[in-house]
Write a protein that binds this ligand. Structure first.
Ligand SMILES: NC(=O)c1ccc[n+]([C@@H]2O[C@H](COP(=O)([O-])OP(=O)(O)OC[C@H]3O[C@@H](n4cnc5c(N)ncnc54)[C@H](OP(=O)(O)O)[C@@H]3O)[C@@H](O)[C@H]2O)c1
Length: 290
């Protein structure tokens, strides 16, 4: 039995789909039964609970052969993940795979890098057979600009000419399904990227090509992102985190391309164009994008 947490999220739902396709038994940890059933279908066992509920975690991991640790970002993340890891150790789970980020490091000034780093360190110290998947900037982050892209045909971001090796989190989920079920990945920290590093200008060109109308990249000052996040009531950690992520993008620190997705899946990572086609409706396409 393979337990997947964050199973209704970008990575978790993809991992569940791939595991089901491969005929593996899956127990999906979800906090909303209806959402879980609608998204994941009837072939998946659901364990309903909150990541903050110790008893629910204990029940979910009992009897599991493998566990995927993928949780939402936020200040509770390290505590949630450490508890999942401790309960997996207690239950004798045979493999634990953690979804993490490039540049994860305990003590990083970027909150999600810090939280992922803390949980990585905890996992490495348990003695459990572990695998860590450190992904680059997810393509799903571009859905945050769906409104200006759909409404005004603009992609406003403080990205400059910086390149980012953005990855479709569906590929992270697909890689997770492989390392959860096959030998030879214990003790490995894999860095995952998309097929190429692209500028936000190139992303706008791709959006234009797929959607069939002009989308322009607008390079905006970092402060405007801070103002916008505060204006929309975003959590303070995100107000701290996001401008720093864009600084890393402008510096080229998120531009590293790896062959890991191809090496582990036997096919190349999904392109940004494929991602946009999949989400064309969200970006305002009224007809199926070509
Ligand atoms: N964004 C990036 O560029 C990036 C890059 C590299 C790594 N990462 C890492 O990738 C990981 C997974 O990302 P993702 O995009 O798949 O996340 P996501 O789509 O936001 O999914 C989060 C999942 O956690 C669940 N969840 C949230 N709060 C919960 C709670 N209290 N109890 C139970 N479940 C709860 C959500 O359930 P609901 O559906 O019910 O909300 C959802 O299934 C994150 O840890 C992030 O650090 C992100």
């Amino acid at each position: 039995m393979i337990v997947v947490t964050g199973a209704t999220g970008n990575v978790g739902s993809s991992a569940v789909r791939e595991l089901v396709r491969a005929g593996q038994p899956v127990r999906a940890f979800v906090r909303d039964r209806e959402k879980g059933r609608a998204l994941l279908g009837g072939r998946v066992e659901l364990a309903v609970g909150d990541l903050g509920d110790e008893e629910a975690i204990r029940r979910a991991v009992t009897g599991a052969d493998a566990l995927l640790v993928s949780t939402a970002d936020g200040p509770d993340k390290p505590a949630w993940e450490m508890r999942l890891i401790d309960e997996a150790a207690r239950a004798g789970v045979g493999r634990v795979v953690k979804v993490s980020t490039v540049l994860a490091e305990a003590g990083s000034p970027l909150p999600t890098f810090d939280w992922n780093g803390l949980a990585e360190d905890h996992l490495r110290a348990t003695g459990l057979p572990w695998t860590i998947l450190r992904s680059c900037f997810y393509m799903t982050n571009f859905l945050a600009w769906a409104e200006p892209i759909a409404g005004q045909g603009v992609l406003p971001a403080p990205a400059g000419e910086g390149k980012v090796a953005t990855i479709d989190p569906a590929d992270t989920g697909a890689v997770a399904s492989v390392v959860l079920t096959r030998d030879g990945h214990a003790g490995m920290t894999y860095t995952l990227s998309g097929p190429e590093a692209i500028t936000f200008g190139a992303a706008a060109e791709e959006l234009s090509a797929v959607l069939g109308r002009e989308v322009r990249f607008v390079d905006v000052p970092e402060e405007s992102v801070v103002g916008q996040l505060r204006g929309t009531g975003a959590p303070e950690w995100l107000v701290v985190h996001l401008p720093r992520v864009f600084r890393l993008i402008r510096e080229g620190s998120l531009s590293g391309v790896t062959t890991t997705v191809r090496d582990l899946l036997g096919r190349g990572p999904r392109t940004f164009g494929e991602f946009v086609r999949d989400h064309a409706a969200a970006f305002g396409a009224s007809v199926p994008a070509g």
